[in-house]
Design a protein around this ligand. Structure first.
Ligand code: NCD
Length: 483
């Protein structure tokens, strides 16, 4: 396969455009029709030789059943071959080898790499160093884009149009990477999302803010006042035209609209397990979805989805309920991943298939980067940038995210995509620092090289910077006691 500029990586669901996602679905549907099992319409029963010249590597540093085996089954059904490293204890990671080196080596053994890793941002790091396409099979609590493709496809197969779909998401919304990819996609396709988090497991703030600021979701409803009979529970409402600046005007969100939305029945309930491996305290209360929960009229026709595995939060008594779609959802892992592999490798030449364009979906934000050891570092303790073995391979890289509406600046880690909201900007030549970010208003990839960011004022001072004249920091410093 050709390496280099046309290498396509799927690290986040946002690396795929809506059209590309629809293409994956078209191709998956084509495989189901051509190669499906006659008795089980969601099962692939036969193979092709489309990818017979290709090898897929599955590089898994965390437990997996569905993701790894469905990728491997998909590659075998495409006529390709697979190599696998599923136990970090028996790979060179146990000797301390960096992920960056591992994927560089693997790029000579395989034509695409599927990676799963406990650290958020690991898949993006792998993509930086691999010469072949990298597909994220789940990285920490960051994202799991191919699970989302299975989830959306399952919904579509219930004859559900993603636009206007009303979806409840239940459980550990903070730790579940599947949820993070899923909510971005739902927002992009114009669905309504009702979060039903376990206590303390709400969506991470950066995901919530991204839904509102980048995908134009509006939050309506919220906690009910005792005498308020009209408001509904909190719900993300997405505009008719995702990515169009038109948005909703406030009058669109009037009471009638809110009431009609609250009357609308749910189309789906998405359940997730408690991600105990990502929490210190494993003894927290957790909601259960069972027949009693689904008895509510609002769930009368809702499909029940779960990425699996389940560990008690989804009653097995529901398995025979017509609304239960989770085993079908897991079965779609094969046609969906066949489609993704075929598209990433570009192995279909019939003309029916479109090949993905090269590279990532381009970001609109300015990328700031600096060597490790100076200035700001990602504050997510589970980010791959914190790993000792990767230190020589990683730069501190952040997107400078400017939200015009609130005139707020944030730094978004290039790898794990968590945000830093409070920081100092310092001028490398003039040696001042400040919290006033207005100087960054027209920053470009070139002009940003004049600046360095620090988390704390003290860090900036230690690095030899002084408060900028006329700024609050400067006034505080000059009126303070002399030492
Ligand atoms: C999910 C994962 O690994 O994030 N599993 C999967 O791929 N279907 C969900 C989970 O582990 O809870």
């Amino acid at each position: 396969m050709t390496m280099g500029t046309h290498t396509r990586h799927i690290v986040s669901i946002n690396d795929l455009s809506n059209d590309e996602i629809e293409t994956v679905f078209r191709v998956a549907q084509h495989y189901l029709e051509k190669l499906g099992d006659k008795n089980l319409p969601f099962r692939i029963g036969r193979g092709t030789d489309l990818a017979s010249d290709f090898v897929l590597a599955t590089l898994f540093y965390e437990p997996s059943t569905r993701t790894r085996l469905s990728f491997e089954s998909a590659m075998l059904r495409l006529g390709g071959k697979t190599i696998t490293s599923a136990d970090p204890g028996t790979s060179s990671a146990a000797k301390g080898e960096s992920l960056a080196d591992t994927v560089r080596v693997l790029s000579n053994y395989a034509d695409a790499i599927v990676i799963r890793h406990p650290k958020a941002g690991a898949a993006r790091l792998a993509a930086e160093y691999a010469g072949v396409p990298v597909i994220n099979g789940g990285d920490g609590s960051h994202e799991h884009p191919t699970q989302t493709l299975c989830d959306l496809f399952t919904l579509k197969k219930q004859n559900k149009n993603l636009k206007g779909l009303k979806v409840a998401i239940s459980g550990d919304l903070k730790g579940s990477r599947t949820i993070h990819s899923f909510v971005y996609a739902l927002a992009r396709f114009g669905a309504f999302i009702q979060p039903l988090p376990a206590t303390g497991m709400e969506l991470p703030r950066h995901v919530d803010e991204r839904l509102r600021e980048e995908f134009q979701c509006k939050m309506i409803g919220g906690p009910k006042a005792p005498d308020d009979t009209t408001s509904i529970d909190a719900l993300y409402v997405t505009p008719d035209q995702p990515h169009q600046p038109s948005l909703f005007s406030d009058s669109d969100l009037d009471l009638n609209f809110q009431i009609s939305l609250s009357d609308k029945k749910f189309d789906a309930v998405y359940v997730t397990r408690f991600q105990k491996e990502r929490w210190q305290n494993a003894d927290l209360e957790y909601p259960k979805v069972d027949a009693k929960f689904l008895r509510s009229p609002k769930y009368a026709t809702a499909s029940v989805l779960h990425p699996l595995p389940r560990v008690g939060e989804l009653d097995t008594a529901l398995d025979s309920d017509v609304r239960a779609k989770y085993f079908q959802q897991a079965a779609y892992g094969v046609p969906i991943r066949m489609a993704l592999i075929a598209l990433v490798l570009g192995v279909e030449s019939s003309g029916f298939f479109e090949r993905f364009a090269g590279g990532f979906r381009s970001q609109n934000y300015v990328l700031y980067q600096q060597a490790r050891g100076v200035g700001i570092e990602c504050s997510n303790t589970n980010c791959i940038t914190r790993e000792d073995s990767e230190q020589q391979y990683i730069k501190n890289r952040f997107y400078l995210v400017h939200t015009k509406a609130s005139n707020k600046f944030k730094l978004r880690c290039f790898y794990c995509e968590s945000d830093i909201d409070h920081f100092m900007v310092a001028h490398k030549k003039n040696h001042w620092f400040s919290t006033d970010m207005s100087i960054l208003n027209d920053a470009t990839e070139t002009s940003i090289r004049d600046f360095i960011f620090f988390i704390e004022e003290e860090d900036a001072r230690k690095a030899g910077y002084h408060p900028r004249r006329g700024t609050l920091e400067n006034k505080q410093a000059s009126s303070g006691p002399k030492s």
